[in-house]
Design a protein around this ligand. Structure first.
Ligand code: ATP
Length: 378
């Protein structure tokens, strides 16, 4: 149930009573609580309030992070989106999206879905200079948390060797969700020493060859891709490397039955467009064909063998926390996300950290494989 306090706030924001009722009955808005602070989370969008929006009070509204369109034909995509105009090219860091904002003197980190992430909220001060929020309480830092010790992803970018790191890529205003320009953001990041995604420079369509070379290099370096942004942040598109497409398939194939088929189809499509745009042939084509087949089949077959030997499909991952309670809060958070994750081990580390080992089991994938292996006809 959404309390009358939040309902009147939504009315003030121009959402009609009927719309509020529909949203509430469909579960499109959910009232939540984190350490005594109540907030409203938008699972669906409503007017200008994008999916993932978080509302505390009439000033503290953090808009959902917008969807970024993808181009699959790099050259034609750039021509269509930016015409002949210049755009910034940044690294697309492979991690999870986080919005960081100060509410009533406390800094919170929100996931894409609008949950307060207990882990990121606890760790964010390790990466971001909190002075920023004293000077700009009205701004929201949007960035990627990435590294091998992530609570949401199995892999991180190759250059984060341990733990996890924060990479800023956007600064938005509370309430409007309007982004600062790229220049303004880079200036603030420098001033406060906030770590950012790598900026490869300003390009335009005349530098397409250089950009294609950049994609080749990032792919070789096992990096995910690029995000291209007009200086005013009005036009933003992403493009991923062939490496990332194949690697995502490899990661996903182990839990084949837990993912929608579209997960694989989309990545195969992107890879096909890359191969076609570059006119990859002969030996290089063979190399990709083999890599794709192997990425799809090898982890899949291995997981069938695992289940046939009586094992469960599962993933083990570790994170570092400052308080053990944070690990327990993560377990409840995972439960609310519908994930089956439990704590396997807790180990004391130097400098006041605890290493928590979690195990995520995939009951659907396990059951499905078990049934098929045992000869079920369908
Ligand atoms: P979408 O965000 O487009 O709805 P999605 O959730 O599947 O799709 P991705 O395809 O991974 O996300 O790409 C978008 C995400 O990339 C952003 O939400 C953000 O978390 C992440 N990202 C990493 N680096 C950047 C960057 N430099 N600029 C913008 N986003 C970035």
């Amino acid at each position: 149930m959404v309390s009358s306090h939040f309902k009147s706030l939504l009315l003030e924001l121009g959402i009609s009573r009927e719309r509020i009722e529909i949203l509430e009955s469909k579960g499109g808005i959910v009232e939540d609580e984190f350490e005594g602070i109540r907030y409203l989370r938008f699972k669906d969008s409503a007017g200008s309030l994008r999916r993932g929006t978080v509302v505390f009070d009439s000033h503290n509204i953090i808009l959902g992070f917008p969807h970024i369109k993808r181009v699959v034909h790099l050259e034609n995509g750039i021509k269509r989106v930016f015409k002949r105009k210049p755009f910034y090219v940044e690294e697309k860091v492979d991690g999870y999206n986080i919005r960081v904002a100060q509410i009533e003197g406390r800094v919170f980190a929100f996931t894409r879905g609008g949950f307060v992430c207990p882990f990121t909220t606890e760790r964010i001060e390790d990466f971001v200079n909190m002075e920023f929020f004293k000077d700009y309480p009205n701004l929201v830092l949007c960035g990627e948390m990435a590294g091998p010790e992530s609570p949401y992803l199995v892999e991180g970018p190759p250059y984060v060797k341990e733990d996890i790191e924060f990479f800023l890529f956007d600064i938005q205003e509370k309430k409007t969700g309007k982004s600062l320009t790229v220049e303004e953001r880079l200036k603030i990041a420098e001033e406060y020493g906030i770590p950012s995604v790598e900026v490869f420079g300003v390009y335009d369509i005349s530098k397409i060859d250089g950009l294609k070379e950049l994609i080749e290099r990032l792919s070789r370096e096992k990096r995910e891709g690029i995000v291209m942004k007009s200086p005013d942040m009005k036009k933003i598109v992403k493009y991923v490397t062939p490496y990332a497409n194949v690697n995502d398939i490899k990661i996903g194939a182990r839990i084949f039955f837990d993912l929608p088929h579209g997960y694989f189809m989309q990545r195969i499509k992107r890879l096909a467009f890359y191969l076609a745009e570059k006119r990859v042939q002969d030996e290089e084509f063979e190399k990709y064909a083999r890599a794709l087949g192997r990425a799809l089949l090898e982890p899949f077959v291995e997981s069938i063998w695992d289940v046939s030997a009586g094992e469960e499909i599962a993933e083990v991952f570790t994170v570092r926390v400052k308080h053990i309670e944070t690990a327990y809060k993560m377990v409840s958070h995972f439960e609310r996300l519908g994930l089956k994750i439990h704590i396997e081990d807790i180990e004391e580390m130097p400098q006041g950290y605890w290493r928590i080992t979690f195990k995520r089991v995939y009951p659907d994938a396990t059951r499905e494989i078990r049934e098929l292996w045992s000869g079920h006809a369908f």
